[in-house]
Design a protein around this ligand. Structure first.
Ligand code: ARG
Length: 286
């Protein structure tokens, strides 16, 4: 993270000076090699962090992050976008983040946190961005930049198989479980009143509450809804009439170069098939 433009300018000036001095001395001494050695080290680090995505196109040298580390927040309880396989965070967003960082020559650090804290952490400068199946909304655009969209989602309702709820029209007066701070949570509060909504830190916790009979349904994005329903025979899925949402990477408003680089990487990695292959890996076309 950190956008130390001045440091960068200073380093460039020092390199130019070093080159001038070595030319003036007519030398091809050790000073000449310093910049090259640095570059090699950076490339080696970038490769190391992402050996498994190595087929992606040879990348640019990103310039937006002086320490070369892309710090992104996520909430890894949102399959198939981010979840745990043992102690490994995996999923569409994790692979896309790695592919982008790899392409731009950054190291990527993904921080698992509460969904509702991601934007605040970007605003306070603790993170460069967030990748979390995050929907682009007008409200959020006041706090962060959003990359171009890489996927879409729609809100779904999960109910138990024996539920009397057959559609969104049956939700009046019912107890609705949501994930705190998500679009599903906002829609549910707007349409059915805050008193009828119980928000959980994780979508998975809302599903546990549904199975325990503590809420009557869960409103959550379609892809995780599908995963939760597939994992439990007692659950079924209903559609809503909420409109399709665009998922994008949230990025700090303080670094427009980062936004440009991420959009460029997204475009290249979509065109060369890397991102479609990642999505197909986790959501196979039927
Ligand atoms: N798309 C919804 C939103 O942006 C939910 C995202 C939740 N993501 C997560 N990783 N828990 O509000």
């Amino acid at each position: 993270m950190k956008n130390k433009k001045t440091t960068k300018v200073l380093i460039s000036l020092m390199l130019i000076l070093a080159m001038l001095v070595s030319v003036a001395c007519g030398g091809n001494g050790a000073e000449d090699e310093t910049p090259e050695t640095d570059t090699v080290v950076e490339e080696a680090e970038a490769e190391e962090t992402d050996a498994d995505e190595s087929e992606s196109a040879a990348g640019l040298e990103g310039n937006a992050l002086d320490d070369g580390v892309l710090d992104l927040g996520t909430n890894a309880a949102f399959p198939p976008y981010e979840f745990y396989d043992g102690d490994q965070m995996v999923g569409i967003d994790i692979d896309i983040a790695k592919a982008i960082a790899d392409y731009l020559g950054y190291e990527v650090k993904i921080h698992d946190m509460e969904f509702s804290n991601i934007i605040a952490s970007i605003e306070s400068g603790k993170l460069d961005g967030g990748i979390a199946g995050m929907t682009v909304t007008a409200d959020r655009l006041e706090s962060v930049n959003f990359s171009n969209s890489y996927a879409t989602g729609i809100q779904s309702i999960i109910v138990t198989k024996d539920s009397e709820i057959g559609s969104i029209d049956d939700l009046e007066g019912k107890k609705i479980g949501t994930q705190f701070g998500t679009t599903g949570d906002m829609y549910a509060q707007d349409d059915f009143g805050i008193d009828n909504v119980q928000a959980f830190d994780k979508g998975a916790d809302a599903v546990v509450a549904l199975l325990a009979g503590n809420v009557d349904c869960v409103i959550i994005d379609s892809a995780p809804a599908q995963s939760f329903v597939e994992a439990d025979d007692n659950l079924q899925l209903l559609d809503t009439n909420y409109t399709e949402e665009d998922y994008a990477i949230a990025l700090t408003k303080d670094n427009d170069t980062l936004l440009e680089e991420v959009n460029y990487a997204l475009e290249v990695l979509t065109d060369d098939g890397t991102i479609p292959a990642i999505i197909e890996k986790y959501i196979p076309a039927k």
